[in-house]
Design a binder for this molecule. Structure first.
Ligand code: ATP
Length: 363
């Protein structure tokens, strides 16, 4: 059977295990020899015990676990050509010509570069006698399918990334817990949520928790936000509300592009309104815990579709990313999506927020 390997890279997210499980089982079902690569690209370069053959039962009882059971890492060595050459040799030695990469845009960019360089690595390994003539002929191509695992929902081309829904559940639980204590003491709570340069988690959790105010990177507030914020909080208290909730996305900025932090917001509320104000930084709790049903199903569907895409690939097929489009798992050109995601980051850095939102599209 064809050699197929799956690995997770970059930041972990809930639902990655469901995807790994689906890749392994679909691969075996279709007659492939399937491998795990542990610890992302580092394991691919180190080889040995980091690349292990998987069987049907090696992915039993992982679908409900958060994070990734096969480990993830960031790997400097893979950024260098020499590191990628080592990785290529390890894959060829095991007959792996198909890769499913589960990670963020960095991991997918690396995978695409690896694929583009593949023939160069194979040539060089043959010349130095590190691989045989037979291996050279048999393993002269590499197919890649990417899945986006990220709690941030920051990738262009897919409506949802694997992990976002679970992170939202976690945030929601935390806010609900805080609301009950805030109510008792008539406090104002400022919650900092993750998302890097993407305000999706902050915006959706603000909607679902009846927050009074939200700061997101894509929509910097007007210059007089301190007055507007205080007016709004005041109104709510006058109307009889016993608490206020403010959500600050970790990437929130003002119109000059300077960060707006939870501390800054607190200072405004305390100085102007003298409200009893507390900050909660949710931090890594958001990435933890078991994946939601949605993320489990998403991981399953995307993992299965990735294997099918690889099995149907020809040497001319470009690397693809599996995306959720409405309720469909679809295949999109990997590099197009990565480039679009980079264009969004550039627009944000250039303070062209409307353009960023437009480029990001539906998600
Ligand atoms: P997250 O969104 O969670 O940060 P990511 O995949 O974007 O995930 P990165 O740290 O950017 O995370 O990338 C993970 C790994 O992918 C890097 O440590 C590196 O090994 C590899 N990688 C990233 N960018 C490249 C690149 N341009 N060329 C080669 N390899 C890369």
């Amino acid at each position: 059977g064809k050699g197929l390997a799956v690995f997770t890279s970059g930041g972990d997210s809930q639902g990655m295990n469901a995807a790994v499980r689906a890749v392994v089982r679909m691969g075996i079902y279709l007659g492939c020899k399937v491998f795990f690569i542990k610890e992302g690209y580092q394991g691919m370069i180190d080889g040995g015990e980091y690349i292990v053959e998987a069987n049907w039962s090696s992915v039993s009882s992982i679908i409900h676990k958060g994070g990734t059971v096969i480990g993830s890492a960031r790997c400097k060595e893979f950024m260098e050509k020499l590191g990628r050459r080592k990785a290529a040799k390890n894959l060829i030695m095991r007959g792996i010509t198909n890769l499913v990469v589960i990670g963020g845009d960095g991991s997918l960019t690396g995978a695409n570069m690896f694929r583009q360089e593949w023939s160069e690595h194979v040539e060089s390994l043959r010349e130095s006698g590190e691989i045989t003539e037979e291996q050279y002929k048999k393993f002269n191509y590499l197919h890649i399918a990417g899945l986006v695992g990220s709690i941030d929902n920051d990738f262009c081309g897919t409506d949802m990334t694997i992990g976002t829904d679970s992170a939202l559940h976690r945030i929601q639980e935390a806010i609900d817990a805080i609301v009950s204590t805030a109510y008792s003491h008539q406090r104002t709570f400022i919650l900092e949520v993750m998302g890097r340069h993407c305000g999706y988690l902050a915006l959706v959790s603000a909607l679902t928790s009846e927050a009074d105010y939200v700061f997101i990177p894509e929509m910097p507030p007007p210059h007089d936000w301190p007055e507007k914020l205080c007016k709004k909080l005041d109104q709510e208290r006058i109307a009889g509300q016993r608490l206020n909730i403010i959500i600050v996305s970790e990437g929130a900025v003002d119109r000059e592009g300077h960060p707006i932090t939870a501390e800054q917001v607190k200072k405004v509320v305390v100085d102007k309104l003298k409200q009893d104000t507390r900050i909660t930084v949710l931090g890594h709790v958001q990435r933890g815990g078991s994946p939601s049903a949605f993320d489990r199903v998403l991981g399953c569907r995307m993992g299965a579709e990735a294997v099918m895409a690889l099995m149907e690939a020809t040497p001319e097929t470009d690397a693809c990313v599996i995306s959720l489009d409405g309720n469909q798992a679809v295949r999109l050109n990997l590099m197009d999506c990565v480039n679009k995601t980079k264009a969004v980051a550039k627009a944000m850095a250039d303070k062209e927020w409307d353009l960023a939102v437009q480029l990001r599209g539906r998600s």
